[in-house]
Ligand binder design. Structure first.
Ligand SMILES: Cc1cc2nc3c(=O)[nH]c(=O)nc-3n(C[C@H](O)[C@H](O)[C@H](O)COP(=O)(O)OP(=O)(O)OC[C@H]3O[C@@H](n4cnc5c(N)ncnc54)[C@H](O)[C@@H]3O)c2cc1C
Length: 409
């Protein structure tokens, strides 16, 4: 009997994990990971002791919805990992102007009661409704071009400043000052795909029951290949018969690292690889898990699952607090909050991590058209940068990478 071909999957975020899961049907897979754990942005903190010992609190990837994450949900189902309903809501508070709203319902949207008869706020509310209603139609007609800044010209400054910029910055962990450079079509299409333009029948959002590390554990249990933690791959070199990776021979390679890292790992990148991968920039976001409720607005009607706080100095990086008790419906009396890029010192910190997030602009969007052409000759690429930057995008690209190596899901 012929021995199985070998494949190195480099990078063990969700993209690499799903690629390894699919490729093991045909290949002897080695999953290389520079960190001491699997998961990349999937990173669950397990409370070590006390009454909450064993509780899993997510600090990176948290939520997915029932409509636009079909492949990720299929992965969970195949691994028999349950999901549970989340409580998704968005709240905003601007320290500079005192302006704030909660996105749960009308009660929280007008959470600052003095805004009910404020003409500026009412115009703002109308702009939100107008953006939602007209964008869907324009997207369907294919009439959206140029940057988001150009697209938003007919809207009030207040709407752009207090709605679009912080929401975009929250979703993509991007600086406020960069949001208007986003390609308008990508921005609006993402909003449409995720039900954010719908006033009614918004999709249900879920978390992985018990924390997202549950799917990593389930994957490991059934994985026939070898996991190599603490093993950074510096170079992937093509040889006559395949590839050399850190002194080992492989018949095939999947690069599931970020675009900039993948390019740096290729010993002799082609012109196409340079063009497609070289345009991506990543931004570091500091995430802190803590129990310091002072980060939330003092008006509790503005509290939500995602709490954006606009402060002096937070223009470059979003300051956003995820209320993990709400999002994961944690059964505990303790508060667990994850704050991205906190502006002030926090009390009761439990851990902190740095996550690099792809930045979307005209240049990176242009390169996305080239990405599908990269998979050839037993070399394939995957990662969330292949589409909108989220879990489903990473899984979708992993499925395409595996298919190009003969493992169709
Ligand atoms: C704070 C935060 C919250 C998020 N929340 C959500 C959410 O709720 N829902 C959602 O859909 N998306 C969310 N995302 C988006 C998230 O980035 C994607 O969903 C997805 O997890 C990215 O997966 P990936 O495999 O492409 O990249 P990563 O998860 O970043 O994986 C890349 C892996 O490559 C490894 N690596 C790097 N260099 C090397 C090397 N030289 N050799 C070997 N390995 C290497 C890294 O250590 C890492 O493990 C969030 C992102 C952040 C930052």
């Amino acid at each position: 009997m012929d021995s199985q071909p070998t494949c190195a999957v480099v990078g063990a975020g969700v993209a690499g994990v799903v690629a390894a899961y699919l490729l093991q049907k045909r290949y002897q897979v080695d999953l290389w990971e520079s960190a001491g754990r699997l998961g990349g942005h999937t990173n669950t903190f397990e409370v070590a002791d006390g009454p909450d010992a064993g509780l899993g609190v997510d600090t990176g990837f948290i939520v997915f919805n029932g409509e636009t994450y079909p492949l990720f949900q299929r992965f969970l189902e195949e691994l028999k990992v349950p999901k549970q309903l989340s409580d998704m809501s968005y709240g905003y508070f601007c320290e500079q102007t005192g302006w704030g709203y909660g996105g749960h319902d009308l009660n929280t949207f007008f959470g600052q009661r003095d805004k009910i008869f404020n003409p500026d706020f009412l115009r703002f509310a109308l702009d939100v409704a107008r953006f939602n209603l007209t964008s869907l139609g324009r997207l369907k007609r294919g009439g959206i071009q140029g940057s988001l800044g150009e697209y938003l010209r007919p809207y009030s400054r207040t709407f752009v400043r207090h709605y679009i910029l912080p929401l975009g910055s929250s979703i993509w962990s991007a600086p406020l000052e960069r949001i208007l450079d986003f390609p308008a079509q990508t921005f609006v299409r993402f909003f449409a795909n995720h039900g954010l333009l719908r006033v009614l029948r918004r999709p249900d959002w879920y978390t992985v029951s018990g924390g997202s590390h549950r799917y990593l554990k389930a994957f490991l249990q059934g994985f026939s290949g070898q996991v190599r933690l603490n093993s950074p791959v510096r170079q992937v070199r093509r040889t006559g018969q395949g590839f050399e990776v850190e002194g080992r021979h492989y018949d095939a390679v999947v690069l599931a690292t970020h675009a900039d890292v993948a390019l740096s790992q290729l010993a002799e990148p082609t012109a196409l690889q340079k063009q497609a991968l070289g345009r991506w920039r990543y931004l570091a976001n500091r995430a802190v898990l803590h129990q310091d409720v002072r980060v939330l607005p003092s008006n509790s009607r503005l509290h939500a699952s995602w709490n954006y706080r606009r402060a002096q100095g937070s223009e470059r990086l979003p300051t956003l607090t995820y209320d993990m008790n709400r999002l994961q419906k944690l059964k505990t009396d303790q508060r667990y909050l994850v704050t991205l890029n906190p502006q002030n010192e926090l009390n009761r910190m439990l851990g902190e991590w740095t996550y690099h997030h792809p930045q979307f602009d005209g240049s990176s969007e242009a390169s996305q058209a080239l990405l599908p052409q990269l998979n050839e000759d037993n070399l394939a690429f995957c990662g969330s940068y292949h589409r909108f930057g989220f879990h489903e995008d990473a899984v979708m690209s992993a499925a395409a990478a595996a298919a190009s190596l003969g493992c169709v899901w």
